[in-house]
Every structure is written in structure tokens, then in C-alpha cells.
Ligand binder design. Structure first.
Ligand SMILES: [Zn+2]
Length: 508
């Protein structure tokens, strides 16, 4: 079967992708596996280029190979490929604590709604190995966030074969419980600086140090003049740890990285850089209200975005062989963008709009029974108010200033408040925040606006910033919060930072 993903050495000696069509132009004859010019992308073995001689030229594995289990040879079925493409990044990192290797697994950031759903359902995440009882973690906001990756410990004795599950079924974000890849006893590579696992077939950078964690019985050649290899003493019994780096690029060093670490050594690793808008990146997360982005993709990689159907990707310009500019027009939801190669993600960023927690409260509408949205708190003739909220909320109903009852406003469902009169006051809360305060009749005109809780370290917020209000939807909770901040002259520091960012984006 012809191979589709093959490496060959470029003019600088680095391994780059090549197609049979390109090789067809460059080589006049069949190139034997023994020339060591071409390698299979999947199993790293050298392959043969077969010159077509009237038929199509192609690459193939030789029949005498040691490893016959090449993925390209047995052809992953399509569904499996799709899974590989859609699976979230399966993150793991290594920490060296006092001479002991400790592993952690990552839980990717999820949307606010998904996290809220899990918290409301009192969901549990379980990390389970072959031995001993699984570890349980409640999904709560102190542990899991929408804007960051959460790391939980993974005992090293479980690391080869472990699973992450969630309960109750369907309540835990799917990205957390999809299949995880254990470590390979034959060797798993971690970046020394970040601790993060480097998946097979990724790039290794010249000059950058890596850890190789492997079974204590695995043979690793430590005498290669092109590579610095140093054993690291660790207290974990069954394992060995090496620190490895290539001080300079050489074909020998590249071969060592391919053969022992299954990584492609390069001077220009595949990376993704956000060029525009100018925002801070934290933990691979970019928070911005902008709907157009420009990325620089470096190295031997393509650009991919997930989900891919909600945005438009425009290839702007190929700067040189190792750099290309990409523009993305974005739909406004959480999105992952990657520098990728053969569907493998090499460098990723999560892009999302600013946290809705403070920017605008999750949408809440009050309607009359005909389904018309009430603009002003005008009392419908039949006295029935219908509330619809995007997240779970609660409502308190007062009559003439006296508490009558409280009830839940479940997300996505209509909740009716009957028998409203001009003396009724309806206070709706999402969590502890008051998001709407509906008062009919006279009570409204008295401007009895209650103080909205807005927490954090307070900083001065002078009246000259009143223009900020233009950026905020009029009926939102945030609008009221900003109004209040202008009155009191103080604002939480975090909120002020984000507002400034929003102003900068509008003016810039
Ligand atoms: Zn292969």
C-alpha cells in the first residue's frame, strides 16, 4: 500500500514532509530504503521511493522491517481518524519534587454553560488506575475554571493505563472524559521548562532540554556525541529519567531524536503566535472581544481551527518556507486554533470572548404571555410575567414591600409569575448577583436601586470614564454595575482592566 505521509531531508538536513509527486520531480530513479533518505511519518522507519516508470510513483515500506505495525500500513479506519482529529488535547505534565517524579493530567477549559451544568448537577470527576480506589473530585469553581486548564494528580503507578470518568452521566464536560493516552513504558518525553508531555511525532527544538521517562529496564543509548544525555536520579522505583538535549542541529542528533524519542528535531518548531489583536496570553488562553485574528504559523505545520464551521480562515501570506500568516474571522464562541501536521495538534491556543460573568449577565428576558419581550417594566394586562433565563436563576416576589415567595427559574424554561400588580416587585438573581429588578408603579420612580454586589480589590473609577457605558448593553447587569461604580467612584480592579481592554479595542 502506498504511504501518504513521508519525511525527507531538506537542504539544511532537517526532516520535512514530502509527497510522491514532489519526489517524482526530484529523483530520477527508485531510492532504496538503505539510502536512509525517506522516513515514514507514522512509525519513523526508513522507506523506499519507488519510481513509477510509466505508473504512479509512490513510497512504500520494505518487507524486511522489524516493526510491521505501522499505522499507515494497517490504515486506520475513517472513524478512528475522525476521533483522533476531534479528541481534545490529552494533557499531562511532569514535576520533579524532591527527586520524585510526579505526574498531573490536564482538564481543558470549557465554556461557562458546561461548567455551570456540571456544578449544578453536583458532578464528580474520577481518575482511575488499575490498582487502589479511584480519586474523586467534585466539580466546583475553586478547582475548575472556564479560563484555565485544571491539573489533577495522576499516580505514576497508574500512568500507563488509566481512565477519567464522570458522574452523573452526561453532566461532566465531554472533553474531560474522552479517552486519555497513558505513558509508554518504552519512553515518554516531557518538556523540562513547562513539564508538559510532548506527544510522539511532535517537534523537538535544538537547544531545549527534555525529560525522557521510561521503564527502568528500557535500554537507552547514552553515548551519542551529537546529543547531551544525562541520567537524573529519581526515587521512583520502577522508572528511569534522562535529561536530553541537542546543543546544535546535526543529522546524527536528528536521527537520535527520531529513533529514541520519536520526535522531529528542528531549529524552527511548529508554533502558533497570535499577532493581532495585541492581548495577553495566559495558559494558552486568549480572552478578547475582537472578531478578527491574525496568526503567525511557524515551522513545518498547517493551521487548523476547531470547531471549524463557525469561522472563516483566510490564508494571508506565505512569508517563507517556515512562516505563514493566517487570518481568522470568528463567530464569538470558545474556539481552539492550532498549528497542526497530519491532524496532529502541535501548538494550540484557546480563543474566547471576555468572561460573560461581568461583561453581560447571561441573557434573561421578561415577557408577557404572548411572548413579547417587555422593554420597560410595564405591567402586562393579565398580570403575568414570563421569565426566561439562559442559566439557572431564582426570583423573589414582593408585594407592597413585603416578601411573598421565592421560586426557581430553571435555565431554558419559561417561569411564570402570575398576579402581578403595580405594587409587585420582582428580583431575579443568578447566583448571588441581582440581574434584574422589576418594579411596577410608583416604587420604580423612587430610584430605589439596590447596591449590586461587585467584588474584588477596588480601584478609583472617576466620572470622566462615563463613556464606558456606551460599550455596555443598556439593560445588562453590567450596565447597572458600571453606573453604580461611577456613582461610588470605585470599581473592582479586574473589571476595570477588562473595560480598558474593551475601550482599547473600540478605539484601536
Ligand atoms: Zn510506517
Amino acid at each position: 500500500m502506498p504511504l501518504t505521509n513521508v519525511w525527507c531531508r531538506d537542504g539544511q538536513g532537517e526532516w520535512t514532509r514530502i509527497t510522491a509527486e514532489k519526489a517524482e520531480k526530484d529523483y530520477r530513479y527508485t531510492v532504496s530504503v538503505h539510502s536512509r533518505l525517506f522516513r515514514c511519518y507514522h512509525c519513523f522507519q526508513y522507506v523506499t521511493f519507488v519510481k513509477g516508470d510509466g505508473k504512479t510513483s509512490h513510497f512504500r515500506h520494505s518487507s524486511g522491517e522489524m516493526d510491521k505495525s505501522c499505522a499507515d500500513r494497517c490504515k486506520l479506519d475513517e472513524a478512528q481518524m475522525d476521533n483522533a482529529v476531534n479528541a481534545p488535547r490529552d494533557q499531562m505534565r511532569l514535576r520533579l519534587e524532591d527527586g520524585t517524579v510526579e505526574l498531573e493530567i490536564g482538564f481543558a477549559p470549557v465554556g461557562k454553560a458546561a461548567l455551570g451544568k456540571a456544578i449544578t448537577a453536583h458532578a464528580l470527576v474520577m481518575v482511575e488506575g488499575r490498582e487502589n480506589a479511584p480519586h474523586h473530585y467534585w466539580v466546583d469553581r475553586s478547582r475548575f475554571g472556564t479560563g484555565r486548564t485544571t491539573w489533577l494528580p495522576l499516580p505514576l503507578e497508574w500512568a500507563v493505563d488509566f481512565a477519567v470518568t464522570g458522574t452523573p452521566p452526561g453532566q461532566v464536560p465531554r472533553a474531560w472524559t474522552e479517552q486519555r493516552t497513558g505513558i509508554d513504558p518504552a519512553g515518554t518525553v516531557f518538556d523540562v521548562r513547562t513539564g508538559k508531555r510532548i506527544p510522539e511525532r511532535s517537534d523537538a527544538e535544538v537547544g531545549r532540554p527534555y525529560y525522557l521517562l521510561c521503564d527502568r529496564w528500557k535500554y537507552i543509548s547514552v553515548t551519542n556525541p551529537a546529543v547531551q544525555i544525562r541520567p537524573v536520579l529519581i526515587k521512583n522505583d520502577a522508572w528511569k529519567l534522562y535529561r536530553i538535549s541537542a546543543p546544535a542541529y546535526s543529522p546524527e542528533a536528528a536521527d537520535y531524536f527520531f529513533d529514541y524519542l520519536h520526535l522531529r528535531l528542528t531549529r524552527v518548531p511548529a508554533e502558533l503566535h497570535l499577532l493581532w489583536p495585541p492581548v495577553l496570553e495566559k495558559d494558552e488562553m486568549v480572552e478578547t472581544g475582537s472578531d478578527s485574528f491574525e496568526f503567525l504559523v511557524t515551522g513545518e505545520a498547517d493551521f487548523e481551527a476547531f470547531p471549524g464551521n463557525e469561522q472563516r480562515t483566510i490564508h494571508v501570506r506565505q512569508i517563507d518556507e517556515q512562516q505563514q500568516l493566517i487570518r481568522v474571522e470568528h463567530a464569538g464562541a470558545l474556539q481552539m486554533v492550532c498549528a497542526a501536521r497530519e491532524h496532529q495538534r502541535l501548538s494550540c491556543l484557546y480563543i474566547r470572548p471576555p468572561d460573560t460573568q461581568w461583561r453581560t449577565a447571561p441573557a434573561l428576558e421578561s415577557r408577557n404571555t404572548k411572548g413579547q419581550v417587555l422593554d420597560e417594566p410595564d405591567l402586562p394586562k393579565d398580570g403575568v410575567i414570563v421569565l426566561c433565563s439562559e442559566v439557572d436563576a431564582s426570583v423573589t416576589v414582593e408585594e407592597n414591600g413585603v416578601f411573598r415567595y421565592r421560586k426557581a427559574v430553571p435555565a431554558g424554561k419559561e417561569t411564570q409569575i402570575p398576579d402581578c400588580t403595580k405594587h409587585t416587585r420582582i428580583i431575579i438573581r443568578q447566583g448571588l448577583d441581582i440581574v434584574q429588578d422589576i418594579q411596577f408603579g410608583k416604587a420604580k420612580k423612587k430610584e430605589q436601586v439596590p447596591l449590586v454586589p461587585w467584588q474584588g480589590r477596588m480601584v478609583p473609577f472617576p466620572g470622566r470614564y462615563a463613556g464606558v457605558l456606551d460599550l455596555v448593553p443598556k439593560k445588562s447587569c453590567l450596565y447597572r454595575k458600571v453606573l453604580q461604580a461611577l456613582r461610588t467612584g470605585t470599581i473592582p480592579e479586574e473589571a476595570w482592566k477588562s473595560l480598558r481592554k474593551a475601550m482599547g479595542e473600540r478605539n484601536g
